[in-house]
Design a protein around this ligand. Structure first.
Ligand code: MIC
Ligand code: SF4
Length: 644
């Protein structure tokens, strides 16, 4: 029987388990990616595991998330990472070199290989035919050391593209369309494979934009074939030797086939406060806009930037709008400086921002209170921009640039110029001088630990019985931005006790203090949530900080993949209500107990949770492999590995 692309790549990397959908498999990882927001903890844990050399074929650490350097913390983190990279054999991408996913696509991604990244948007690499998966930092640390990465063998959906995009409609609209169909939940364990005649109408950066936001659906990964277009992109990056052909067999089987006619897609937007809240742009045409931000790992390619420049050329940004532009990489920025596009952007009044995550992670450029911000990024969760009541709309670069000129949300097809058709360059500007490549003599370099560099927190073994308080009751779609906010708090990523003070701060600022009080008394803490707990970022801090606060279990109706794996890695049990209606019966403050729950977990039996207030018992299940059960009993992955 023929094979699909996902099967081909995963089977070529299979180390453990049987290739059966839904079953746990362990795969070999060729490349890894970390950055300054997830990397410090990943490397601290790499050290704690006693590893001293990277075994993956290529590991890169990017400085891109936290480049504000307000206070000493960020720079301490960067220097720690630069020194560990040198010591352990990791390529270091200096601040200013660009956003990890964009730069990785340009300089390192290879079709047919596996990439594990400590960032949820790692699947951007699928644009180049790479099997690119996001994970928590600890999983990436293990993979860097040569260990297997464990995942549920995915269910593969074919997205069969036909037709061709109309003018003013772009790859961002394709993925927004996909989000309108698949939504932000219910796709755990799914891999999206793109195929069909429409594929050849999309460039590698277009494909990368589409794969990037597959993360918002909760898919394990997204991948395109590697074809002549991929080859051309790699040639233009001076890397044609990295090209291989990769396509599905004609008789390949899929779990589901989704037909998508590119010619029928209209300009779309994700409305506040979810990337799954998709509507046609014309529905809000005329709405006043305060701010426009163009950039992020979704839409900061050469084409996005050149299209923006062409729209702005010879005009001035609307007086009521502030326009920020962050090219995705130094390569793109340099090319724009050379060809004059930068002149057009600055001439129009665009505010040039660093080639970094910046506004996307709420690090700066927060909108005014209750302001309307049109952004080309991928997440518009409430408060992520740094302004709790801001209304963030996600659109294509085309629509964002037009809004910057008109001052209102505008269907870009009504704009007064012909659609600027930007061709892929035959040759990108190649300048790798902002990478520090490892050299043997750097192996003895000292590791620099400024005062911001803490220790990875340790956990104790899972207690015999559970008897703890429901510390918070959350609704559907709790994101990791709710659990451990980024933005102004991002600088505490290397300091878990400090970062833990801010857990759930936008929902219940007393959570952290109350948890610590219980912990001091030896009482475990429990989180109760509804559907899709842990959407969004891969940040393992969303598990690590609750662990530090003494959380032993999260009981929810459903979990997202990366976060669920992170909970297990830190010894917190992700419990699922067998009967979802039991969720309604628990209130914040209820005492929840489970006698001998350790034995139940050890035996793989369901767990029964008793609610003292109501005198009721609720059956809970969990979807954990044998190894994962052993990990939670040991108090997490670090303890489990050490015990072996
Ligand atoms: C994000 O987009 O939310 C981030 C910031 O890139 C995160 C990583 C992090 O929280 O450090 C992600 O996507 O995984
Ligand atoms: Fe950076 Fe935003 Fe992309 Fe996350 S989503 S990697 S913060 S640009």
């Amino acid at each position: 029987m023929g094979k699909n692309i996902v099967e081909k790549v995963l089977q070529a990397h299979l180390r453990e388990g049987e290739y059966i959908s839904g079953k746990e498999i362990g795969i070999r990882i060729d490349q890894t990616l970390t950055h300054d927001a997830t990397g410090t903890m990943a490397f601290l844990q790499f050290e704690a595991l006693g590893m001293n050399e990277v075994k993956a074929e290529c590991s890169v650490c990017y400085i891109d998330h936290n480049t504000q350097q307000i206070g000493f913390e960020n720079n301490d983190d960067h220097l720690y990472l630069q020194s560990v990279a040198a010591r352990f054999g990791v390529v270091y991408s200096r601040a200013g070199n660009g956003i990890c996913h964009q730069v990785h696509l340009e300089r390192f991604g290879r079709p047919g290989t596996t990439l594990l990244g400590a960032d949820s948007h790692t699947p951007t690499g699928g644009g180049i035919g790479q099997m690119a998966i996001g994970a928590g930092g600890l999983d990436v640390a293990v993979a860097m050391g040569g260990g297997s990465f464990f995942l549920a063998c995915p269910n593969v959906y074919l997205v069969k593209l036909s037709g061709k995009l109309s003018d003013w409609v772009s790859a961002k609209d394709v993925i927004l369309k996909m989000l309108s169909m698949l939504t932000t939940r219910g796709n755990v364990g799914v891999a999206l494979e793109y195929g069909g005649a429409g594929v050849k109408t999309l460039s590698v950066p277009d494909r990368a934009t589409i794969c990037n936001m597959g993360a918002e659906m909760g898919a394990t990964t997204s991948i395109f074939p590697s074809d002549e277009i991929t080859r051309r992109f790699l040639r233009a990056q001076g890397r044609e030797k990295d090209w291989i052909e990769l396509s599905a067999d004609a008789d390949a089987k899929y779990e589901r086939v989704i037909e998508l006619d590119l010619s029928a897609i209209e300009p779309l937007a994700a409305f506040p406060h979810s990337p799954g809240n998709i509507k046609e742009l014309f529905e809000l045409a005329g709405m006043k806009v305060d701010q426009v931000c163009i950039g992020s790992c979704t839409n900061s390619s050469y084409k996005d930037m050149m299209t923006t420049a062409a729209i702005l050329k010879g005009r001035t940004v609307n007086p009521d709008v502030s326009l920020g532009i962050a090219p995705g990489s130094r390569q793109i920025l340099q090319m724009m400086a050379r060809n004059g596009a930068l002149f057009d952007l600055i001439g129009a009044g665009g505010r040039l921002m660093e080639s970094a995550c910046g506004f996307c992670v709420g690090n700066h450029f927060s909108p005014r209170s209750a302001g309307v911000s049109v952004r080309t990024s991928n997440r518009n969760f409430e408060g992520r921009s740094g302004t709790k009541d801001a209304l963030v709309y996600l659109t294509s670069a085309e629509a964002a640039a037009v809004a910057a000129v008109t001052g209102t949300l505008t269907d870009p097809r009504t704009f007064d110029i012909a659609y600027p058709k930007i061709e892929e360059p035959d040759q990108y500007l190649i300048d790798d001088s902002m990478f520090i490549f490892p050299r043997p003599e750097m192996k003895s370099a000292a590791i620099l630990r400024g005062p911001n560099i803490g220790e990875p927190p340790r956990n104790e073994k899972m207690p015999q019985s559970l008897g703890g308080e429901a510390m918070i009751k959350l609704g559907d779609n709790t994101t990791t931005d709710h659990i451990t906010p980024a933005g102004a708090r991002l600088k505490y990523r290397s300091n878990v006790p400090k970062y833990s003070e801010f857990v759930f701060e936008t929902i219940d600022a007393t959570f952290s203090r109350r948890c610590l009080e219980n912990k001091k008394k030896g009482l475990p803490n429990i989180i109760v949530a509804a559907e899709s707990y842990g959407q969004g970022s891969s940040r393992e801090h969303a598990a690590m900080c609750p662990m530090y606060l003494g959380v032993k279990a999260v009981i929810a109706k459903s979990f997202e993949r990366i976060h669920s794996a992170n909970l297990v890695n830190f010894g917190i049990v992700p419990l699922i209500f067998k009967n979802p209606a039991d969720y309604d019966k628990i209130e914040k403050g209820d005492l929840l107990t489970s006698e001998n729950w350790r034995d139940a977990l050890a035996a793989g039996r369901p767990v029964f949770i008793r609610n003292a207030r109501r005198g009721e018992t609720y059956e809970c299940t969990y979807s954990l492999s044998d190894t994962q059960r052993a990990m939670v009993l040991a108090g997490g992955l670090l303890n489990w590995i050490k015990s072996r």
